[in-house]
Design a protein around this ligand. Structure first.
Ligand code: PGA
Length: 256
């Protein structure tokens, strides 16, 4: 973290978990347990149907609600899809774009990620752009090229003045839901690489202001060490964000 230049953001990514009633119960419990003094922003990325309950429950707390996906078109014949404008109207502030599960199971590409990033920004939503390599790609020693390509294409046609709205999440696929975390050095190295790609395109001032999270089996035990890396400005947390106490422990780790 480097709180002098950028926000630390701890975001829970619930994936396909929790009903609207469970969402309300979780946020009510979270509000009761969250300390007043906080050095990080807290975000919950919830399933579409949970958004109204989440926004309502989080209204009097400093917790922003995010969607986990969206379509890039404004409207039209796209059965089953949801637009940025629809999310905005519900009170959504962030949207996860290009999560590896979306890339893997729903055929998302670097190009569709870029379309979604642009549509999100046009509608006042802050994108959390996910990038990351598979184990095969890491072993083939192509991680740096792959991440560089993912970041460059995601940021195609994005102007410098929009960069402060953007969050990146480095999520090595081999660490997601596996209990296998990247070492703090590995996480710091790739988050630093993402920042250097941003620096090459937009300059040092913009690059140091962008929040870059790590995601992949982050938990109460390893959070502090990961967040101690200068270029790791928060976490995108799956499994450990489903339990209030674990999620709060990670938020507290960012306050050290
Ligand atoms: P995990 O998921 O924390 O359960 O590994 C992280 C993510 O996919 O965002």
């Amino acid at each position: 973290m480097n709180r002098k230049y950028r926000k630390t953001i701890i975001a829970g990514n619930w994936k396909m978990n929790k009903t609207p009633a469970e969402t309300k119960a979780f946020i009510d419990e979270l509000k009761g347990k969250l300390g007043k003094q906080r050095w990080c922003d807290v975000v919950l990325c919830v399933p579409f149907v949970d958004i109204p309950a989440a926004v309502r429950a989080a209204r009097d707390a400093k917790v922003a609600i995010a969607a986990q996906n969206m379509h890039w078109e404004k409207s039209g014949a796209f059965t089953g899809e949801v637009s940025a404008e629809m999310l905005k109207e519900l009170g959504v502030k962030f949207v996860v774009i290009g999560h590896s599960e979306r890339r893997q199971y729903f055929a998302e590409t670097n190009e569709t990620v870029n379309l979604k990033v642009k549509a999100a920004l046009e509608n006042g939503l802050r994108p959390i752009i996910c990038v990351g390599e598979s184990l095969e790609e890491r072993e083939a020693d192509i991680t740096a090229e792959l991440i560089t390509t993912q970041v460059k294409i995601a940021l195609r046609d994005i102007e410098a003045d929009q960069m402060r709205k953007i969050v990146f999440a480095y999520e090595p696929i081999w660490a997601i839901g596996t209990g296998k975390t990247a070492t703090a050095e590995q996480a710091g190295e790739i988050c630093g690489l993402i920042r250097s790609v941003i620096r090459a395109k937009y300059g040092a001032r913009v690059a140091r202001s962008v929040t870059i999270q790590y995601g992949g089996s982050m938990n109460p035990k390893n959070a502090e060490e990961l967040l101690a890396q200068l270029d790791v400005d928060g976490g995108l947390i799956g499994g450990a964000s489903l339990k209030v106490d674990d999620f709060i422990s990670i938020i507290n780790a960012s306050n050290q």
